[in-house]
Design a protein around this ligand. Structure first.
Ligand SMILES: NC(=O)C1=CN([C@@H]2O[C@H](COP(=O)(O)OP(=O)(O)OC[C@H]3O[C@@H](n4cnc5c(N)ncnc54)[C@H](OP(=O)(O)O)[C@@H]3O)[C@@H](O)[C@H]2O)[C@@H](O)CC1
Ligand SMILES: [K+]
Length: 491
């Protein structure tokens, strides 16, 4: 997993990396510039190949100057607009400025005529992770001017004006794409910044996970390769008992779809036996979506021990009695998945939080999370609260959304990379509950169940949305679950 390094540590990393690799900071900048251009060129198939690069005074600006050179070498039309006098810019900026080839149109911002030809691509290299205060004066004017321009806008490393690991504190360049070096900066993962970051892309500049891990501060970014080693393997002699017997409690009258979706998702994730216990008196009235799902009638006296894992909450309703709710924790005793009305009931009866079995997985979306822990001023505060909740009650909190956060009881915070906007559809959360419960039931450690569940869920969404886009439903996500195992070559 990539650690997500704090902005104010990044200069230290540059120095340590350059000395370990025996390269100069200028060479590292060249690598960054090259990785950017290698990523950029295939993106711009229909463009005329005309670029306007705006460079600020630091090394982000230096990246921009190096990129202007590399684009010119590829015979593109390149304009470089710099903002501060060159002799007041960073050393590596100045070294790159000296290397600019003939044909790059160079102009200082205050002398620039303000014209950008249609179909041009605007590259923002004004500020990177070194931003330390809100923009004012000329810099503010530059960003305001560029935000009014039409055309594809791309930020290098981070949209200028956005601090690396805090909530935005002023005007920010509005990018369509952000190409960030080596690992995403924390603030790129905040939902409230989506309009300025656009789509973000992580570009490799050669730093290994093990090198970066020396600078980690508990935040990590989950990639596809990270989950491969976490999966259990099964063999020809495995029988349905090995794949787990799971139970879902939820679905009051009128919300039958909820645990049906969870149950079906758990079958598709590999569960051997799946039972549903709807919150209704007469289960004859309950139709299961697929014949493989079995009905179970729970009574608060019976043992739940026969199940390997349970998932509670989807469509449950708020009529569940407190004592019955508590009895589930007491009767099962082992890690379980708590979602939807299970979480709303915890918000209603906060004294029950301490009864939750250790290492259980709680899966709130932003609204459910707010009910549990109160309002947050921004996503940074939300992340801190999720982490505190995980540590205090020794549970795993999955804060759902783009780049879902997995907050672990030991304080680590893992941000997911899979998934897309089309997954914001009814029942998507019930599917996740089914997948998490399935992995728990197959004997995965709760931490691994959480990581695999979140990643596969996002990947299934990506696969299903290829043909369905906005029309994708939760059932489509379920149907794509087997493809996630095939894609990752997992037997
Ligand atoms: N490690 C990596 O992965 C690699 C990183 N690389 C690149 O380096 C970038 C970081 O470079 P950086 O440290 O020079 O910071 P950057 O943001 O360019 O500028 C800081 C300058 O801005 C100034 N300043 C700050 N706020 C201001 C404000 N509001 N208004 C006005 N001025 C303000 C501040 O001066 P100050 O006035 O505070 O003295 C300082 O002069 C990084 O994002 C990436 O693109 C790659 O090249 C190689 C691999
Ligand atoms: K930038």
């Amino acid at each position: 997993m990539f650690p997500i390094i704090q902005g104010n540590q990044i200069q230290k990393i540059d120095v340590a990396y350059c000395s370990a690799e025996g390269i100069s900071s200028l060479e590292l900048m060249e690598r960054a510039a090259k990785s950017f251009v290698d990523w950029l060129i295939p993106q711009m198939q229909n463009s005329k190949g005309r670029f306007y690069v705006f460079s600020g005074p630091g090394n982000n600006g230096g990246d921009g100057v190096a990129i202007a050179r590399l684009l010119k070498y590829l015979n593109h039309s390149v304009h470089l607009i710099y903002i501060k006098d060159v002799d007041q810019c960073s050393n590596d900026f100045q070294r790159n400025f000296e290397r600019l080839p003939e044909g790059v149109e160079i102009c200082r911002f205050d002398l620039w005529n303000g014209k950008i030809e249609p179909d041009s691509i605007i590259i923002d290299a004004i500020f990177g992770v070194g931003i330390n205060r809100p923009l004012e004066g000329t810099y503010l004017r530059v960003i305001q001017t560029l935000n009014k321009q039409v055309g594809l806008k791309i930020s290098i490393d981070i949209p200028s004006g956005l601090p690396a690991d805090q909530a935005s504190f002023g005007e920010v360049f509005k990018a369509d794409h952000t190409a960030t070096f080596q690992f995403p900066k924390l603030s790129l993962l905040f939902p409230e910044h989506a309009l300025v970051t656009g789509e973000h892309h992580v570009l490799d500049i050669g730093m290994s996970d093990s090198f970066l891990n020396k600078f980690e501060n508990g935040n990590f970014y989950l990639k596809q390769n990270d989950i491969l080693g976490l999966h259990r393997t099964f063999h020809r002699f495995s029988h349905k008992g090995n794949f787990g017997k799971v139970l879902f409690l939820g679905s009051e009258q009128g919300k039958f779809g909820a645990i049906n979706l969870s149950g079906y998702a758990s079958l598709r994730t590999g569960s051997g036996l799946v039972h549903l216990a709807p919150q209704i008196e007469n289960t004859f009235a309950f139709n299961t979506l697929v014949p493989e799902l079995m009905l179970y009638q729970d009574s608060s006296k019976s043992s739940l021990y026969q199940f390997d894992a349970i998932g509670i909450g989807p469509g449950w309703g708020m009529g569940v009695e407190k004592d019955y709710f508590k009895s589930i924790f007491v009767r099962f005793k082992r890690p379980m998945v708590i979602d939807a009305d299970g979480l709303n009931l915890l918000a209603k009866y906060p004294e029950l939080k301490k009864e939750i079995p250790e290492n259980s997985i709680l899966t709130p979306h932003l609204k459910e999370f707010e009910r549990l822990v109160g309002e947050s001023a921004n996503h940074l505060e939300r992340i801190e609260k999720a982490s505190s909740l995980a540590k205090e009650f020794k549970v795993i909190v999955i804060l759902k959304g783009a780049h879902s956060l997995i907050a672990l009881p030991d304080g680590r915070r893992i941000f997911n990379s899979s998934g897309n906007q089309y997954m914001a559809t009814a029942g998507s959360g019930d599917v996740l509950t089914g997948m998490l419960t399935s992995f728990l039931g197959q004997g995965y450690l709760p931490e691994h169940a959480a990581i695999c569940g979140v990643f596969h869920h996002g990947l299934a969404g990506e696969i299903a949305s290829k043909s369905k886009r906005r029309g994708m439903t939760a059932s489509d996500i379920i149907e794509a679950i087997p493809d996630t195992f095939i894609k990752l070559n997992l037997l």
